[in-house]
Design a protein around this ligand. Structure first.
Ligand SMILES: Nc1nc2c(ncn2[C@@H]2O[C@H](COP(=O)(O)OP(=O)(O)O)[C@@H](O)[C@H]2O)c(=O)[nH]1
Ligand SMILES: [Mg+2]
Length: 308
């Protein structure tokens, strides 16, 4: 099954609700109950209040003007306009244009998919002929270091690690030194999402960022905030917090396979104005995609006529 099919599968229920009421709207039944149905369906999919209100206004305006505008097309167009702003060039392109080593720092709360995304990226970069180093910056759980180690073996990528409980900034420092010595293209830094100490997570991450900048001016070249797509609107507040503290440069949205809240991508692009570098669509190393607005709209709201 392709990821679009998985995404479509996850959104099936919500999509059915939206489509049913959209179709009736399309037949000219612009009654308040139907509009409420559409509104509820879109909000359930976590599309976000602002986009939903914009859409309802557009439908009302256009219906008044033309009397027979297809609401599906209206919504598709609106979603495309928003989502297109989240598109960006592939990371490989940034890396090839950027300085060497290219230092990518992942941040995000616990369980969102940071370690998995680091692993998937390493795999992907290898396939593009870029040499990579993993840095086990989540030193707070032994399991986190082990997890990255397993991925390292699986992908043939070296892991720079310290023992559990050590200072994450120190392992990051070692990682950068190693990357320069080995002359690798990319350093992928995994970090913790929750600390078992009294230190504040943001302060810890700021410290890591400072160490990186000290060892390589201009770095980190990418601060990739990993967000869990199944968490819906909660991700927005989370993202704001990380962005304020660290200056996020790109987003990775994970677990978009099989979620009913995939519409949150619309709200994220609309609210945060940050590029979506990647979307995670499964647990395997190959389940990482570039974000493509039209593919996403098609998954969320397929065109009525199936391809011949
Ligand atoms: N279905 C699915 N699961 C994912 C995806 N990304 C990560 N996961 C799973 O989410 C869980 C937490 O991932 P992990 O990388 O350990 O999160 P971290 O705490 O942020 O490092 C693991 O079971 C992963 O396999 C994804 O894109 N799709
Ligand atoms: Mg982790």
């Amino acid at each position: 099954m392709s990821w679009i099919q998985r995404l479509q599968g996850g959104l099936a229920k919500t999509r059915q609700t939206i489509q049913k009421s959209l179709r009736r709207l399309g037949q000219g039944h612009l009654d308040p109950v139907l509009l409420e149905d559409v509104e509820a369906g879109l909000l359930q999919a976590d599309v976000g209040v602002r986009t939903v209100e914009q859409f309802l206004q557009m439908v009302k305006d256009q219906t008044r003007l033309f009397n027979a505008t297809d609401p599906v097309t209206v919504l598709q167009t609106l979603l495309m306009d928003i989502l297109r702003k989240g598109e960006t060039e592939p990371l490989e392109q940034l890396i090839r244009q950027g300085p060497r080593p290219f230092i990518l720092l992942t941040v995000g709360i616990n369980g969102v998919g940071k370690t998995t995304t680091v692993a998937k990226l390493g795999h992907r970069f290898s396939q593009h002929g870029l040499t990579t180093l993993f840095v086990a910056g989540d030193t707070f759980r032994a399991a986190a270091i082990e997890q990255l180690d397993i991925w390292g073996k699986r992908t043939g990528i070296e892991v720079i690690k310290h023992k559990q409980g050590s200072d994450p900034a120190a392992v990051v420092f070692d990682g950068i030194v190693a990357a320069k010595t080995r002359n690798v293209d990319v350093v992928l830094i995994d970090t913790a999402g929750r600390l078992h100490t009294k230190i504040n997570l943001m302060d810890e991450l700021k410290k890591i960022k400072r160490i990186i900048a000290r060892e390589m001016p201009g770095a980190p070249h990418e601060i990739l905030l990993v967000l869990d797509g199944t968490l819906g609107q909660n991700t927005i507040a989370q993202a704001r917090q990380f962005h304020e503290a660290l200056g996020v440069t790109g987003l990775a949205l994970t677990k978009l396979d099989g979620t009913s809240r995939g519409g949150v991508v619309v709200a994220i692009v609309d609210e945060l104005k940050l590029p979506i570098r990647l979307i995670g669509v499964g647990e395997g190393e190959a389940d990482l995609q570039d974000f493509n607005a039209s593919a996403f709209v098609e998954a969320l709201l397929p065109t009525a006529t199936p391809p011949a």
